[in-house]
Design a protein around this ligand. Sequence first.
Ligand SMILES: [Zn+2]
Length: 161
Amino acid sequence: MSTRDSLHLTDEQLDDYADGVMSAGALASAEAHLAVCERCRRAVSDTREVLAWATHERATVTAPAELWPLVTSSTIHLAEVRRAVLRSMRGLLLAGALTIAAATAVVTWKLARWTSPERAAPARVTPRAERPGAGGPGRHAGHPVVPTPPAAPRAPEAPRR
Ligand SMILES: [Zn+2]
């Protein structure tokens, strides 16, 4: 078979096979390939050795207490452990979230004050010049006259009962 080399199992397939989590169809084709491919058989064997070593290490090595949530959340039972870690850290996270929310609000408020044209308007020197008919003469000499587009007509409001 000349195309055999291009049909080797992928790393993901090797992991799934070694973990025993392949679907029936994928398992059948993986086993068919492993029956004729020494290279993939060796890869599966290597993967199983690593898995066995990792399981052994996990059972014999105790992480320092302060690192344990990090270690467990990065290994097995990911979602469950993450939830547990989040639960145990909820107070801390809540305090952090509130701090971030407050800081964001302050920054947003300051940016809005600096950039909002509505807020900048009262600082103009001659608001009188904005009235129709009052042209350039009243405007401060240092400020260029910027033509403002006419305001869109507003829909009449329904009379209140
Ligand atoms: Zn192969």
